[in-house]
Design a protein around this ligand. Structure first.
Ligand code: NAD
Ligand code: ZN
Length: 345
């Protein structure tokens, strides 16, 4: 089968011909119906090495890319899993986990103490015709086609997890800022619409992204520049935003977050842009928390799937063939994708 693979650190991906993998005990073979192209893959392809990112030390290359995966169960022993059957459409969780550590025991499987590796992130992923995944990582689909559901596994799950943990601060009188309205950010706006009654301000450098933000429910859309924080302060009577979700994470966006955040507020850093935020007395509004989040749990993925099946959230998708996958990453790099690009092998 064809698979788009990372063959060496800091290199472009290569399309290779590899054997169809065989599922082991507790695993299934998935026929891929959709694989989303996430910006994290650009960091993975061009920036990271095991020295910069120590968890990568245990990853074996070559590795098939793609960690936003959905498809149909093709093979595997499903004895004892009455909710799954051969041919059933499923999404694959963003993080795989041990199931028994303290985090897994409370359902925080994305913070498993043993492993955070998964398909496309340490194991072979879904930019291929088939992939192997643990049965526990699957969430069944009802009406959604796999290609429509693929972005739910990260582009929706990751902001869902971030928003859910900030819900106590997201009161109806509060303002929340979304910085970066790409794959994750455009889902964040929709999720905020569904999950709270706070006013939503969206920031981006791209006009199409801001138009999409407005279309999916942002109340105010602003260019992401040096004036943005001042605009947010003006719009909040000088108080600032109770929650700032940064889906870019570079120095200028973190600085906007710092200047726009409100006392008792929260800055949530989801973007992996490599920027830094000074945490120091006086540098941040009083009692303002700063937190980074990673993905979401498999339980949260089931919640996200349920919302999407009910038509309450809907990824804005551009589809491409597997042969176009390398080109899709180029486009993503040039910021030419609006919403999420999904590969349909
Ligand atoms: P994307 O490329 O789809 O979207 C990025 C958006 O940010 C684009 O709309 C772009 O115009 C905008 N942008 C770029 N520079 C900006 C700036 N200075 N101010 C405001 N907007 C700006 O990316 P994505 O797939 O949504 O991923 C976003 C980030 O989240 C990436 O860094 C990715 O690696 C990271 N990520 C983190 C997790 C996690 O678990 N923490 C999971 C998935 C992705
Ligand atoms: Zn991702």
């Amino acid at each position: 089968m064809k698979a788009l693979r990372l063959t060496a650190w800091q290199s472009d991906p290569e399309m290779q011909e590899i054997p169809v993998p065989e599922p082991g005990p507790g695993e299934v073979l998935i026929r891929i119906g959709g694989a989303g192209a996430c910006h994290s893959d650009l960091h993975l392809l061009h920036e990271w090495t095991p020295e910069i990112m120590p968890p990568l030390a245990s990853w074996k290359l070559p590795m098939t890319l793609g960690h936003e995966n959905a498809g149909w169960i093709e093979a595997g022993d499903l004895d004892g899993y009455p909710y799954l059957e051969q041919g059933a459409p499923v999404v694959v969780s963003l993080t795989w986990n041990c199931g028994v550590c303290a985090s897994c025991r409370v359902g925080a499987t994305n913070y498993c103490e043993v492993t955070q590796e998964a398909g496309g992130l340490g194991f072979d992923g879904g930019m291929a015709e088939f992939m192997v995944a643990p049965i526990e990582s699957l969430v069944p689909l009802k009406d959604l086609e796999p290609w429509m559901a693929a972005p739910l596994t990260d582009a929706a799950l990751t902001p869902y997890h971030a928003v859910k943990r900030s819900i106590p601060r997201l009161t109806p009188d509060a303002t929340v800022v979304v910085i970066g309205v790409g794959g994750l950010g455009h889902m964040a706006v929709q999720l905020l619409r569904e999950m709270c009654a706070s006013r939503i301000i969206a920031l981006d450098i791209d006009e199409d992204a801001l138009a999409l933000a407005s279309e999916v429910g942002a109340d105010i859309c602003l260019p992401s520049d040096e004036a943005a924080a001042e605009e947010i302060r003006k719009a909040t009577g000088g108080l600032g935003a109770m929650v700032v979700l940064d889906f870019v994470g570079i120095n200028p966006t973190l600085e906007t977050a710092r200047q726009a955040a409100r006392q008792r507020g929260e800055i949530v850093i989801v973007g992996i842009g490599g920027g830094a935020l000074p945490v120091q007395f006086g540098a941040l509004p009083y009692a303002c928390s700063v937190v980074t989040t990673y993905g979401g749990s498999t339980g949260e993925l089931a919640e996200v799937v349920a919302m999407a099946e009910a038509g309450r959230i809907s990824p804005h998708i551009e589809t491409f063939g597997l042969d176009e996958a390398a080109d899709v990453y180029e486009r993503l790099h040039r910021n030419e994708i609006t919403g999420r690009a999904v590969i349909r092998p």
